[in-house]
Design a protein around this ligand. Sequence first.
Ligand SMILES: Cc1cc2nc3c(=O)[nH]c(=O)nc-3n(C[C@H](O)[C@H](O)[C@H](O)COP(=O)(O)O)c2cc1C
Length: 207
Amino acid sequence: MAKILVVYGTTEGHTAGIAQRIGAVMRDVGHEVHVRDSGDLRKATLEHAYDGVVVGGSVHAGEHQRSVREFVRQHRDLLDRVPSAFFSVSLTAAEPDEDARRDVQAVVDRFVQETGWQPRHVEPIAGALVYSQYNIFVRHVMKLIAKSHGRSTDTSQDRDYTDWEAVERFARAFAGELGGSPERAGGSAPSPGSGRRDEPDAAGADG
Ligand SMILES: Cc1cc2nc3c(=O)[nH]c(=O)nc-3n(C[C@H](O)[C@H](O)[C@H](O)COP(=O)(O)O)c2cc1C
């Protein structure tokens, strides 16, 4: 059994749910997993020696959260020493075309350039439109962006574009790199949407 850290940055909470899902899958494989918000880890010393680290963040105005970049810069040694992976959540990742793939890659490339960390694996993940959480200005802007991408402009409903099965595959592949019992995976991960931001961290003993 390995000890794995999953660190995420989130602005509206969707990436927190993805991080919790990744953690749940890897626990199901038999690993000990700690899921942490990068904002809570600012300048913190990690309390455990980790065997693997997954880092993720969502894209807003072309950038991942500053706290994610800070975490990576602060813990570059660890990220270079143990198996590590990065996931990037955005609406662009929901687009199937080649232009969108290039845009996603450009945002990831900027993250790599700014942090100096070249993750061995990068997983682009389609995010969500959560109109219910936007203020009036952001709702208007997001409606325009959604329209230009052929996405839902019905602001009375939130939209989840995340491919949760792909998220679970990513988590199982990473968990597999660190050993564990792959045959146990896939059985008891929570259903889509259940990994909300306020879901208690099952590893919670260390805060
Ligand atoms: C103000 C704002 C700006 C955004 N900018 C981008 C962007 O530049 N590129 C993109 O692909 N998605 C963009 N998104 C979409 C988010 O990446 C997506 O909603 C994601 O699910 C947010 O995850 P979070 O809830 O964890 O922050 C933006 C969303 C908002 C609300």
